[in-house]
Design a protein around this ligand. Sequence first.
Ligand code: PT1
Length: 280
Amino acid sequence: MQFGRFQLDLEVPRIMGVLNTTPDSFSDGGALHSGDGRLDLSRVLQRVEAMLLEGADIIDVGGESTRPGAAAVPVAEELRRVVPVVEAIAERFAVPVSVDTSTPQVMLAAAAAGASLINDVRALRRPGAMAAATETGLPVCLMHMAGEPGEMQNNPEYRDIVAEVTAFLMARLAACEAAGIGRERLLIDPGFGFGKTLAHNLALLRGLPALLELGLPLLIGVSRKSMIGAILDKPVAERMVGSVAMAMLAVQRGARIIRTHDVSATADALKIMTAIERQA
Ligand code: PT1
């Protein structure tokens, strides 16, 4: 698949390393910020270099926390956080940079700064997002989210989670194609933890093969999320092994790109998995 000026063979499972520019990230809040609370670009680039050495294939840059309960971020603030980081990474490293945003202005500015993928947890539903994404010419990851982060975990209900997520993604795929974003430019993501109970998330994991019938590459993000915490009864700092285990079971069910904070551990696990598959 083409990601801007980069081509990635998605026959092999790939790793998307998470780079959070938000001071309130749920898992690594402020790790890339200096004492005065400002984002430290040299720390950012060190973190990117480390993730690349560990085996990241894509770097996902986000400036809006979308974890449950997170508040909205003003456009100017999101631009200020994300664009310089995208530009700095794209200038220095030969890696596709993904921009985790739902904001049309951020999509356009990030594309101009060298981004190679738009990762939109709202699947281009914000006013102007579809047109902006079309204009960039970049591929887009369409994710399912029920509601908005501020209230999405207030009693989410589905009759059939797998069918409803599939229908949603199918409708967004149709909307993209109508707007001129061809399927060769699209990926899908069921949105683990976005407006879903633990039971919903587990049903979705079991049901991943049904999503593959849309015929698009499947990206998943389970890294350190509260569903892992709920199963293990462990805080964020102790969820790596559980997250990697869940990611591997998702790859076994067809996921092609794993969005993770723990690139090194995920890369090791994927090597074990691909070694086994190759023998077969
Ligand atoms: C994701 C994802 C994302 N997740 C894509 N982008 C987040 N494509 C940000 C919790 O329950 O899965 N796919 N961008 C992070 N969001 C969350 C959601 C973080 C839930 C934490 C939780 O703890």
